[in-house]
Ligand binder design. Sequence first.
Ligand SMILES: C[S@@+](CC[C@H](N)C(=O)[O-])C[C@H]1O[C@@H](n2cnc3c(N)ncnc32)[C@H](O)[C@@H]1O
Length: 276
Amino acid sequence: MAVDQSRTKSTYSLQWNRFRILRPEEDRVTFRNRTGLTDLTGCVVLDAGCGMGRYLRIAASMGPNQVIGVDLSRAVDAARDLTVEFANVTVVQGDLLRPPFGPNTFDHIYALGVLDHTPDPKAAFLALCRTLKKGGRIAIWVYPREKPMVERVIKVHRAVSSRLPVPVLLGLSRLMAPIGAIKRRLMATPSRVVGRLGVLLHALTIGVSMHPDPEVRVCDTLDWYAPKYLSRHTFDEVREWFTAAGLVEITDLSLDQSHYHHGQGNGINLAGRRPG
Ligand SMILES: C[S@@+](CC[C@H](N)C(=O)[O-])C[C@H]1O[C@@H](n2cnc3c(N)ncnc32)[C@H](O)[C@@H]1O
C-alpha cells in the first residue's frame, strides 16, 4: 500500500534546518544511554533517521570505519554540514521502509526517535534488521504508550495540529514554549499540591517540552505536534518486533540510565543482536 510521507518530509526538512542545535555533552549522554554503545572501532554503523546528525557526530568519534546517516527529509543537508569534518561519515536521503542498503551490511544500527514517525514502525524495524550482519546489533528508542486518558488528549490535540501548516506550528510552538518552563517549575516544587498541578498541566499539554533550554523547547514541541505519524508503543509490543526479527540478547536499555530530565519522559528503548 502506498503511504504518503510528504508531511514527514516537510516537517523535518524545516525543523532540522531551522534548529541545528548541537549540545555535545547532552548528546553524548543521550547517545550512550539510548544505544549502550561506547566503542565502534572498525565497525560499519547506520544512524537510521539521522535528522540533523547530532548522533552521527558522537558515533563518528568512537573509531568506526564508516558511519552512514539516512533520513527521508532534507535534514540530510544539515547532517552533511554538521559532520563535514568527519571523513568516516556519509549521509544519504532514503526511506527506512525501503532501506537503500543490501543485506549483511552493518555491525551496528541505531534509530533514536525515528520508527515511531514512520507509517509502519514494525515493517521499518524488520527492514532495518535485514541489513544487519550476522552478530550485528540494533538499538531503538520509541515513544511509550501513555495512560488512556492522556492518549485521548494527545489524539485530540494532534488531530488538529498535524493538519496545520508547519510554519504556523513553528510560531505556535514558540508561543507555547513558556508553558514548558512553568510545568518544570511546578513539578519541581516540594509542595505536593503544586506538584500535582504541574502533573495535571503536563497531562493536558504533554507535547510542550520542558527542556531547560528555551530553543530546544521550541524544537521539541514542534517535533511533537507537527508530524503526521507519531505512534506510541508498549514494551511488549516492541519486544515482539525483536523476536519477530529473530534477534537474541534482547536488552532493555531504559533500565539503569542516568537521564537528563527533559520532561518528555523515558521511552521504550531496546537493543538486540542478530545471531552470529
Ligand atoms: C524525531 S527526528 C529524530 C532525528 C534523530 N534520530 C535525532 O534523534 O536527532 C525523526 C527523524 O526520522 C526521519 N524519518 C521519519 N520517517 C522516516 C523514514 N520513513 N525514512 C527515513 N527517515 C525517516 C525524519 O525525517 C526525522 O529526521
